[in-house]
Design a protein around this ligand. Structure first.
Ligand code: PMV
Length: 319
């Protein structure tokens, strides 16, 4: 019994930041993201009766940090009376640095576990199981522009527009490759409990979702960019006003924001977003991508720059 699956990270344009139910890891609000094509995580799940406990290898090295979450996620799919498994994870991009690596990892994991144990879950069930492990992972089950909606006791994901219908590019500027100081799960709880802006953030989310939905429907990059940047900066304002303050940016993150502002002033249709990490993601048309990549690569403090198109959702691979 073994299977392999691949999933791509997704970049939130209208962010998920805060939980309504901690035990079931349900988000406080809906969110909208785009799924990337060229960055991916592959997960192989091998059931092995000879193993006494689950083993996790991340890019070839045994890892205990994520093992408990991985085991719990597989239990959710296959039940806790399953045999122990060996899980092999490979990513072609830096993990745990605000690039939604956990989204790609848990989306790939539920698909691989479902196939290995032949549990035949529906895509809706798999999205909910991935979302229990990492809220944003539910969105990586699908491709293109994806909306996550809150439903009683669960979430629902839907593709608003497939990638081929609006083939934008995402340019990721890596300003610091290391893992983030506070996990997004812990940081969300700090924000919910202490930020004076948290309730307003939650209240305003449905207006931002509506605006983004309309911009995606009409493929209006300027309109989408305006609401996405606003939503991103609001999320970070919630974090900055938390106690202790959560500041994921560094000086290069701010320099990258200025680079995007300069490109916009020069007529390039591009916008930025930043998650719980110091990397900046710029979203633009395919025609603008080379100029955006060069401008970000030339920005002080930027290490690597990666460019990706938009892609399809998670799926199994031949083993
Ligand atoms: O799914 P998590 O727990 O890794 O949280 C994701 C949080 C953000 O990336 C900052 C926003 C989002 O909607 O993806």
């Amino acid at each position: 019994m073994q299977a392999q699956a691949r999933a791509q990270p997704n970049i939130a344009l209208i962010k998920y930041w805060g939980k309504r139910d901690l035990a079931r890891n349900l988000p406080a609000t809906g969110s909208i993201s785009l799924t990337l094509a060229d960055l991916f995580t592959e997960m192989r799940v091998i059931a092995d009766d000879a193993l006494r406990e689950d083993v996790l290898l991340v890019n070839g090295d045994e890892s205990r940090t994520m093992l408990a979450r991985v085991s719990a996620c597989i239990d959710q799919v296959a039940g806790d009376r399953r045999p122990a498994v060996r899980v092999e994870s490979h990513s072609n991009f830096p993990i745990a640095a605000g690039l939604a690596s956990s989204a790609a990892a848990f989306a790939a994991l539920v698909v691989a576990a479902d196939a290995a144990f032949e549990t035949r879950k529906t895509p809706h069930q798999l999205a909910n199981l991935a979302g229990r492990a990492s809220g944003s992972a539910a969105r990586s089950l699908l491709g293109g522009f994806v909306e996550l909606r809150n439903r009683p006791d669960e979430v629902e994901v839907a593709t608003l527009l497939p990638a081929v219908d609006w083939p934008l590019q995402v340019v990721v500027a890596i300003t610091a490759p290391g893992p983030k100081p506070v996990s997004s799960g812990d940081a969300m709880e700090i924000s919910r409990k202490t930020s004076p802006f948290y309730d307003r953030w939650v209240e305003q989310q449905s207006a931002d979702l509506g605006e983004a939905r309309a911009a995606i429907e009409t493929r209006d990059l300027r309109r989408l960019g305006a609401v996405a940047e606003h939503n991103c900066l609001k999320m970070h304002s919630v974090m900055w006003a938390s106690r202790p303050p959560l500041t994921y940016w560094n000086s290069a993150t701010v320099a990258c924001m200025q680079t995007v502002r300069d490109l916009q002033a020069g007529g390039t249709e591009v916008f930025f977003t930043i998650d719980a990490g110091p990397q900046l993601k710029a979203v633009c048309s395919a025609a603008a991508a080379p100029a955006v990549r060069d401008a970000l690569a030339a920005t002080a403090g930027v290490g690597d720059v990666m460019v990706s198109g938009l892609g399809g959702g998670a799926g199994t691979l031949a083993t």
